[in-house]
Design a protein around this ligand. Sequence first.
Ligand SMILES: *Cc1c(COP(=O)(O)O)cnc(C)c1O
Length: 460
Amino acid sequence: MSKKYFAEPFKIKMVEPIAVLTDEERLERIETANYNLFSLNSDDVYIDLLTDSGTGAMSAEQWAGIMRGDEAYSGARGYRNLVKSAQDIFGYEYIQPVHQGRAAEKVVMPILLGPGKFAISNMHFDTTRAHVEIAGARALDCVVEEALDTTTHYPFKGNMDLEKMESLIKEHGAENIGVIIITVTNNSAGGQPVSMENIRETSKIAKKYGITVLIDAARYAENSYFIKEREDGYQDKSIKEIAKEMFSYAEIFTMSSKKDAIVNMGGLIGVKDDSDLFENVKANTIPYEGFISYGGLAGRDLEALAIGLQEGIDYNFLKYRIGQMEYLAERLAEGGVPFQTPAGGHAIFVDAKKLLPHLKYYEFPGHALAVELYKEAGIRSCDIGSYMIGNDPDTGEQLDAGFEFTRLAIPRRVYTQSHLDVVADALIAIKDRADQVPGYKIVWEPKILRHFTAKLEPIK
Ligand SMILES: *Cc1c(COP(=O)(O)O)cnc(C)c1O
């Protein structure tokens, strides 16, 4: 081990026991769950890396905020604290709480999109894509080529391919592009950051064609940290200064606060300044999410979110957190396990296409590795690949995602370096018998977001 990693900038005050099942028990549990990791009981999971969403450990200060929560229907103290906290970071005038990220998408997408329209993004997250399609529009992904090669060390693999973006605008007509969505960090490309230069240039092109720019802000703090570490001219800027500049290039953001704001439930919409946009946001929020000043959240949640937003941009916290990814990455690299490099902000994306070359995209290599990891050591992860992407909405054909990842998402402030060692050891053990890992076929699936509930079987 060459590098020294920054230890936890906190100490542990409360613990939560986790179970360790036998090999036989795990085999039985995953079969009962129809080989869908979302169908497992969490009590049957040893290390849960299914998602970093809503799974973080809140701080003593956030729990104190929960107790102070003001449960007034209208004008609650927590709402005012939240608006102040968010304005301080994002520099946007209008802040609307909602209950989670997809609620923000449900409110916003029908305002910007409709039948015949398109959304262009560096990469749509799965719920974002779903809400674009529910609004009657089509989602076009436009990430740089570098993202597809998992072996290169390009520092900003989340970037928008600007040339491709502009040609898509010309091809479909600027008047038909309802929104350009910049996802920071680029979740589906491996938690890869987007550079400030790329955000600035995306915004410039959007302005030229009169198209609204929306930031999908779930991991804006991690993205800001990467900009500070990797982009010239930002080393001496604070995370908050970097975030403020990023958001200055967009008109609106949607955010799942269950990620970088370290709450178990919550979301936000921000609108930069006075416009019809915010009137429309309010009009949709009330029937979907409840009154403006609580937006689907309890008063106590608003308070925890106001505090979590500020804790999420703490430099030492981010240094420790990104250090965890780098530690796991280093162990996997030493063990010869392929993954998206450099390590992402919230997760390691193991390259299942490389690790399991005998499986085709329609045999779901990313999912196959995730099932194997559970069988091996009780670790829960998920597929980010063809299994998640699903079928073409027009033809019903299985799409080829082009990449096949097994995502190890690391919850915030939850697991220690020893847990990460268990994960690395399990993957290295699987690598040594990779050719015996079976592919999977779907035996039942719903129409939309099938990966959450589909039933599968191993291919004999
Ligand atoms: C999680 C996430 C969402 C959806 O948010 P939820 O809180 O899960 O509804 C949208 N976009 C990105 C990039 C996300 O990571």
